[in-house]
Every structure is written in structure tokens, then in C-alpha cells.
Design a protein around this ligand. Structure first.
Ligand code: ZN
Length: 82
């Protein structure tokens, strides 16, 4: 079953999750959050949204990952995953 965007209910084209790791504590503990399905439009909308300052570096990193994944194109917008 294909997930729908958590914001607008269109078919999701990406999922976003967060890996939280302990730092400077051994053994390292890591936990991945649940994935959040998003369509391309809502994902791009994230980058323009006013967010708490603490989230900015994380969002910039996501933006770079998004750009790398899509190679700056919008080709994934219409790609149907099987
Ligand atoms: Zn959406």
C-alpha cells in the first residue's frame, strides 16, 4: 500500500525520518524515528517554512539531501514508484 503525504494526502514521493544518536557516550545509542511520508511539494514547502532556529541546520541538511536525491530536477515529482 502506498503511503499518502501526511500533510495533503497526495501520494507520497519521499519519506523523512530522523536518526538520533548519543554523542560522546559509549556504547553509542541510536534510534531512528518513524518515517513521515511527504509529497515533493510539501517537502519543498518545509524549506520555506518559518521554523525554530534550532531546526535550521537540520532542515538545511535535509534540503541538501533532497537536492542530491533529485539532482536539482523535479523528475521525481511524477515518478510512480512500483
Ligand atoms: Zn503533500
Amino acid at each position: 500500500m502506498k503511503s499518502c503525504c501526511c500533510k495533503c494526502n497526495k501520494p507520497a514521493t519521499f519519506t523523512l525520518n530522523v536518526l538520533l544518536s548519543s554523542y560522546g557516550i559509549r556504547p553509542r545509542r541510536q534510534k531512528t524515528s518513524q518515517v513521515v511520508p511527504l509529497c515533493s511539494a510539501c517537502l519543498r514547502g518545509l524549506f520555506d517554512m518559518p521554523v525554530p532556529q534550532i531546526v535550521h541546520p537540520l532542515l538545511q541538511a535535509v534540503n541538501r539531501a533532497y537536492t542530491a536525491l533529485t539532482d536539482g530536477t523535479k523528475s521525481l515529482d511524477t515518478t510512480e514508484t512500483k
